[in-house]
Design a binder for this molecule. Sequence first.
Ligand code: HPA
Ligand code: ZN
Length: 349
Amino acid sequence: MKYAAIPRDRLPALLAHMPKTELHIHIEGSLEPELIFALAEKNGVALSYPSVEALRAAYAFTDLQSFLDLYYAGASVLMNEDDFYRMAMAYFARAHADHIVHAELFFDPQTHTERGVPMGAVIEGLDRACADAKAHYGISASLILCFLRHLSEESAFETLQAALPYRQHFIGVGLDSGERGNPPEKFARVFAQCRALGLHIVAHAGEEGPPAYIESALDELQVQRIDHGVRCSDDPALVRRLAASGMPLTVCPLSNVKLCVFPTMQDHNLATLLHAGLCITLNSDDPAYFGGYLLTNFEAVFSALPSLGAQDAWQLARNSIDASFAGEPDKAAWRAALDQVFDQALAGA
Ligand code: HPA
Ligand code: ZN
């Protein structure tokens, strides 16, 4: 707890400058309205909104599905390899500004292949951006292919098959889209095949869905991280299990408030879960839709939750490094850089 002595007025600088990773970002959710309109015009795609302002004004969501409807409409402007590259490079510029050293990007191939976009255009565009993120910004970046859980098991198997020629370009698989009525076990056989292929495994669970979905993700899919997971608090035994196992939760605070998972940020349970010993990480989810990128999430949380201090800032950044799928030498270097930022603040405290 040595960083607890750092006063709260040092927090803004620490949150900004501490090295951090981002483990829960849907790259299609980083498409800003300006880029949606630019790509729509270039590709001759019709949009239902007359202007950037009108589109942004429509970003008032009542639940996950009300967001997903707009999110899939926005993603419909992505047609070729360069579109995916541009989208991801715009994200990496923001990530660099927020001192993100490593990012694991979710992408939703079915959203694109269903419209006739080739799998290769999606993955090669994103992969080229990941390589340039390293070259331009020093950010290490990798891709996690997500299956849409509102679609069938058969569609997930077909998607995996279509992605296998690009196997070296993605490190893992995840599960996203509408949670209610689509429990993790629906995809148990697909994920078993993915595990056999040596892919990392994550899944959205307990965002809107019940604690049983978190248990199913753990037991049936054998996930290495739970995406969201905040509804674990409805089951104290599950909270104890998550703490004891060190299972990371990739929590997305601004997303949770925008999608009415919590009425306000003051009501968010992440500080309680963090102080109960869970491996909590902070993430932006769909930053173009939810009001901010990763640093904005940190700022919102630390201004709304008075129980969080400098030690918690360090722990959240440290968890983000530990929970990543990066290699050990990189992780060791980021941990040392993180400690250096906090040791300097402590020396000046
Ligand atoms: N939840 C589920 N699916 C998603 C999300 C989310 O927050 N964002 C993009 N796809
Ligand atoms: Zn998500």
